[in-house]
Design a protein around this ligand. Structure first.
Ligand code: KIV
Ligand code: ZN
Length: 515
């Protein structure tokens, strides 16, 4: 079969970050971008440059750090957005400006308060302005799947005429159904006279759990770019998961007439990195990257797999990087081995001092824990990056008692703007006592939305990774902490969340602001 190339456009750093609480630091974004590059993702949407100075700096840093993937910034169909995106992308080897405007009747009437002709004129103006900066311009019809067909055709034709080389028709609210969404693309490409001058793209949200199915239906109907995120991260129920799309296409070559460039063996490490950085754990039964995805529980299945693996396995775990974690580091591993493994994970060191510091942290962890896995290394680097921040709260130590039949008690020692405090409280459990103790001093008035503990690796020796989600005044943050002692991990996560709340800067949301 003659296969077309399917462009993989990853938007973990942009749409993924729009997931409440999933914000990432500049360093974390660069680390993720490096893994995406290693995975041979074609286009990395690095952010929405105009959203805030921090977003601008992140797009710029990713553009400067990545050489093999095209780097993209989102921009509303506004001159100031487009110019800011272009500025942030200056250092990129290959860049793309992704501009968009809503095209559905409901969005045009209530959000934009604009007539369709004015929307079309603004789209054309935006594409032309973006083309003055780069020859790779993508235009998205926001809420495309709920737009009127004739208007979709008119605006698509005009955007291509104005110089857009990719036309993206998102299912912004996750309302699409595979048969209908796929057919819409076929009809659109058939009706637009200059359709052959652009690549059509899909961008699906998962509100009805159909994001991957809708994206694949679009591919079956001629779409040649899929927009997706690692672990399906994204607004509300998320976006189509990159790993699911890529593996469906690879595994069902008999059905899909396309191929991707993706080096699938990097999927697992990238999935873990995104989960560690965002504090969004991957559910065990998640396809491809969930802990149970390749685990054969039942006796019948195990027997079948042992006799002939294809009886129950349609993919090989090693093809998506499940076994690339076999190399285990420990107390006796040297600096060179640690550095090599970290580089494999996209972690590079700007100086010898930075490497020495990472190695010292590695040794400290290896004293507590026999075997150090990739996830431990990723967590260790995240912690080191956090330690460099000018944080308001810094954890110093804790003394927690929890005896059967007695009320747990916690004393937590931490710095607040450099001044040391020890706070004490009882609680219903040791973690509750520790959080209450912190609040005796911090008085944050934040609501605790989520508290979750995950073992980073296997075994009771594993580090516990805790996520604490706090909300205050409409801002949601995820604090993360890791330690072999889960109460200490919980305290670190709580203080991390307080620091994030404290440093929360205003940031524009690309879709909610309107124009
Ligand atoms: O979901 C959506 O419509 C988007 C666009 C900005 C592409 O994220
Ligand atoms: Zn989206």
């Amino acid at each position: 079969m003659n296969r077309d190339k399917l462009v993989v456009f990853d938007t973990t750093l942009r749409d993924g970050e729009q997931s409440p609480g999933a914000s990432m630091t500049l360093d974390e974004k660069v680390r993720i971008a490096k893994m995406l590059e290693k995975m041979r993702v074609d286009v990395i949407e690095a952010g929405f440059a105009i959203a805030s100075p921090g977003d601008f700096a992140s797009v710029q840093a990713v553009a400067n750090a990545i050489k093999d993937s095209r780097i993209c910034s989102l921009a509303r169909a506004l001159d100031k957005d487009i110019d800011r995106a272009a500025e942030a992308l200056k250092g990129a080897n290959a860049s793309r400006i992704h501009t968009f405007i809503a095209t559905s009747p409901i969005h045009m009437k209530y959000k934009l308060k604009m007539e369709p002709d004015a929307v079309l004129a603004q789209a054309v103006h935006a594409v032309k302005r973006a083309r003055n900066h780069t020859d790779d311009v993508e235009f998205s019809l926001e809420d495309g799947s709920r737009s009127e067909f004739d208007f979709m055709c008119r605006i698509t034709e005009a955007a291509i005429d104005a110089g857009a080389s990719t036309i993206n028709v998102p299912d912004t609210v996750g309302y699409g159904e595979p048969g209908e969404y796929g057919a819409m693309f076929k009809r659109l490409m058939g009706a637009v006279p200059n359709a052959d001058k652009a690549i059509f793209s899909t961008h699906c949200h998962n509100d009805l759990g159909l994001a991957v199915a809708n994206s694949l239906a679009a591919v079956m109907n001629g779409v040649r770019q899929v927009e997706c995120t690692i672990n399906g991260l994204g607004e509300r129920a998320g976006n189509a998961a990159l790993e699911e799309l890529v593996m469906a296409i690879k595994t069902r070559k008999d059905v899909f007439p396309v191929e991707t460039n993706i080096a699938t063996e990097h999927i697992m490490p990238t999935s873990r990195l995104v989960s560690t950085v965002t504090g969004f754990p991957v559910q065990p039964n998640k396809a491809i990257v969930g802990a149970n995805a390749f685990a054969h529980e039942s006796g019948i299945h195990q027997d079948g797999v042992l006799k002939h693996r294809e009886t129950y396995e349609i993919m090989r775990a090693e093809d998506v990087g499940w076994n690339t974690n076999k190399l285990v580091l420990g107390k006796h591993s040297g600096r060179a081995a640690v550095k090599a493994r970290m580089e494999e994970l996209g972690i590079t060191f700007e100086s010898n001092d930075a490497l020495n510091e990472a190695f010292a942290r590695f040794k400290a962890l290896a004293d507590k824990k026999h075997e150090i896995f990739d996830q431990d290394l990723q967590t260790l680097v995240s912690e080191a990056e956090n330690a460099k921040r000018q944080d308001m709260y810094k954890f110093l130590g804790s003394d927690v008692t929890a005896k059967t039949g007695e009320k747990p008690n916690a004393a937590v020692t931490f710095n607040v703007n450099g001044k040391q405090h020890t706070a004490q409280s009882e609680g219903s459990g040791p973690v509750d006592a520790a959080f209450k103790a912190i609040e005796n001093i911090a008085k944050s008035e934040a609501d605790l939305l989520l508290y979750s503990v995950n073992a980073i690796t296997q075994g009771t020796e594993s580090q516990g990774e805790v996520t604490v989600r706090l909300e205050k005044a409409g801002h949601i943050v995820n604090g993360i902490g890791a330690d072999t002692d889960i109460v200490a991990a919980s305290i670190k996560a709580y203080l991390d969340a307080l620091n994030l709340l404290h440093s929360y800067g205003e940031k524009a949301h690309p879709q909610r602001e309107g124009i």
